[in-house]
Design a protein around this ligand. Sequence first.
Ligand code: MG
Length: 157
Amino acid sequence: MRIGIGYDIHPLVKGRKLILGGVTIPFEKGLKGHSDADALYHAVTDALLGAIGNGDIGTYFSDTDPRWKGKDSAFFLTETMSLVEKGGYRVANVDTILILEEPRLSPYKCQMIENLARLLKIKPDDVNVKAKTNEKLGAIGRGEGIAAQAVVLLEKR
Ligand code: MG
């Protein structure tokens, strides 16, 4: 088995869609980034790359590469999953945390879990998405951004 950890953070700004775990969430602001800035997908992508010892998301999908401008981050996960499979592994389970003050994510968690399960080729029971506030502390506490953490476990196919 192999384990990997991932982390991501993006600033919240006006004039962008808020996309987390592949779900477009109605909110007055969205995450700023080169791609669609889906911090949850990015954290899970980094956790997968970590587990197979293959660097990080920037190694493969540089934020200066025009090919990835506005890109659906599901693409990064799909590409990374093919590296995982080529390495002879499959995902056992994934656990994640989203850290944000607003908006409330409970209505969207099920869809995020379904999206991750489909992309990672596992059952929804093997995906966990947690959301918590930063108790109003620091930049996240002031609503200036959203962070995500992920841990994945891989097993030999
Ligand atoms: Mg990112």
